[in-house]
Write a protein that binds this ligand. Structure first.
Ligand code: PMP
Length: 501
């Protein structure tokens, strides 16, 4: 039964479990729980909601108070959603090494993101969050120690698993750990209500903190007192910080981990890709890693075993990372061959020239309007544009970067729609300039040209000179090649004069 939700927060949790068969031994059942179905695409939506609502209940978070947390990204994105929906300002500290997608998503959701040096690792971003919370009186979410994390997993994730598999219906449950909120919260419920389920903890094979047996020192408040000596940089963003979190320590102490499974980075990448290509399941690197561990279990498990792997997030969060390193933007040889197998719409064959359009006479009224626009001494720079055309936007970005004030005449804008005034001006413009294309740029009544001519004029300093003669400044120092303001797919073949080899 579906029902309308009061707000987005009602859609957190209840993620689907899906069977996977490719590469899986036939006599076992392997399932994945897709946490990417949470509204912000990761398992951490659960924790974000759990921490904020627990703090609201016990009064540690006051209405309108700023929330702060250190995060590898997914917690920050989840918190950004919860804070947006509930009206709390959010500040996130994050090591610069986590994917750019994460930063941008948080900022898009209204959060502020304070980057910390990668060399300071996870402990650095956590210490920064603590420092900022103390200085400004902000609510620190403390995901690595906060019991609200495991609690929400006990009350949601674990219950969902029991509902899907029944009590004692699951033989293995496989998960990695970041905070270990998932692991602590789920493992204790399964141990109590599905005691036959074996708990498998996966971790990076080159940063195997749990397997090392080396004890993690803690401060009195449960935070880690030092980096763990076995930590090495690894691929699985969101897994294994440079310390064993208190929550992970708790699971080990409780004896809830039956086996630790080390996973090589290459296996994580391969499994994420295989899940995408063979199953249509798009997931991130830690998901690929968890699946690699689950496959390892599947190969050793007795016939008839049922295995569930947690897949924490979506693959879209990794476009800038090694997961997508081999995925090209341009067409590869095979794709080019397909493109060349039919005659039209190709890059390697020029389209047949269209017959030139018969010139259409512009109205006297539109011609007068163009004249008036380009000869206004108050606004000597005039850009005749279409609102959302990429060339027009490139010129706008260039003018903004150089501090050039201009008047934009958006011919397809609502202001020019009545009686097709925009179309009439466009005809007049074509007659005045001799070119039918948009944008067209004028400075002090002089026609500079379209986007390309304008970039050339900036690159060789002519535009700056024209402006100076009119008593207007333009600061083009440091903006580089004007063509760089074009999106990559619009870059013309002609290099700018200063870049010509
Ligand atoms: N994978 C990813 C991508 C994550 O962001 C996280 C959380 N940092 C985890 C796995 C681990 O989840 P948990 O913190 O509950 O251990």
């Amino acid at each position: 039964m579906t029902h309308p939700h009061a707000n987005i927060l009602g859609t957190v949790g209840n993620t689907p479990v899906v069977r996977v068969t490719h590469n899986v031994p036939e006599d076992v059942e392997l399932y994945v729980k897709l946490e990417a179905f949470n509204p912000m695409g990761s398992v951490k939506d659960r924790l974000a909601l759990g921490i904020i609502e627990a703090a609201e209940r016990d009064g540690t978070l006051k209405p309108g108070q700023t929330v702060i947390e250190a995060t590898s990204g997914n917690t920050g994105i989840g918190l950004a959603m919860v804070c947006a929906a509930k009206g709390y300002p959010l500040v996130v500290t994050m090591a610069e090494s986590f994917s750019v997608e994460r930063r941008k998503l948080m900022r898009f959701l209204g959060a502020r993101v304070i980057l910390t040096p990668a060399s300071e690792k996870g402990t650095g971003m956590i210490a920064k969050a603590r420092e900022l919370a103390e200085k400004h009186g902000w609510f620190l979410a403390r995901q690595f120690e906060n019991e609200a994390g495991p609690d929400i997993h006990s009350s949601t994730t674990a219950e969902e698993i029991l509902a899907d598999f029944g009590e004692n219906g699951l033989d293995y449950w496989v998960s990695g750990f970041g905070t270990a909120g998932t692991m602590k919260g789920v493992a204790r419920v399964l141990k109590a209500r599905s005691p036959r389920t074996r708990i498998i903890a996966a971790e990076p094979d080159n940063s195997a903190l749990l397997s090392s047996g080396v004890v993690q020192p803690f401060n009195d408040d449960g935070s880690a007192a030092a980096s763990h000596p076995a930590f090495r940089p690894h691929l699985m963003q969101g897994w294994t910080p440079d310390f064993i979190p208190k929550l992970a320590h708790d699971v080990i102490k409780a004896g809830h981990i039956d086996e630790i499974c080390p996973v090589p980075g290459a296996a994580a990448l391969r499994c994420a890709r295989d899940l995408a290509r063979a199953e249509g399941i798009l997931c991130g690197i830690s998901s690929g890693a968890t699946f690699a561990a689950a496959l390892d279990v599947a190969r050793r498990a007795p016939k008839g075993s049922r295995i569930l792997a947690m897949l924490p997030d979506t693959g879209e969060r990794y476009l800038s990372t090694p997961l997508f390193a081999e995925i090209e933007e341009a067409m590869n040889a095979e794709e080019q061959q397909i493109a060349a197998s039919t005659p039209r719409f190709r890059f390697d064959a020029a389209p047949a020239a269209a017959a030139p359009a018969a010139p259409v006479a512009a109205s006297a009224e539109a011609l007068a309007e163009v004249q008036a626009l380009i000869s206004d001494p108050e606004e000597p720079v005039v850009l005749f544009a279409l609102e959302w055309c990429e060339f027009c936007w490139s010129v706008r970005k260039l003018f903004a970067a150089a501090g050039i004030a201009y008047r934009s005449v958006d011919l397809d804008g609502a202001a020019y729609r009545d009686g097709d005034r925009g179309g009439a001006i466009r005809k007049a413009l074509a007659q005045v300039t001799g070119v039918p294309t948009i944008p067209q740029i004028f400075v002090g009544g002089t026609h500079v040209g379209g986007a390309t001519e304008t970039f050339d004029a900036v690159n060789d300093g002519r535009l700056q000179k024209m402006l100076a003669e009119l008593g207007h400044a333009a600061d083009t120092t440091g903006i580089g090649n004007a063509y760089s303001f074009l999106p990559a797919w619009l870059h013309p073949r002609k290099p700018a004069p200063d870049q010509a080899a």
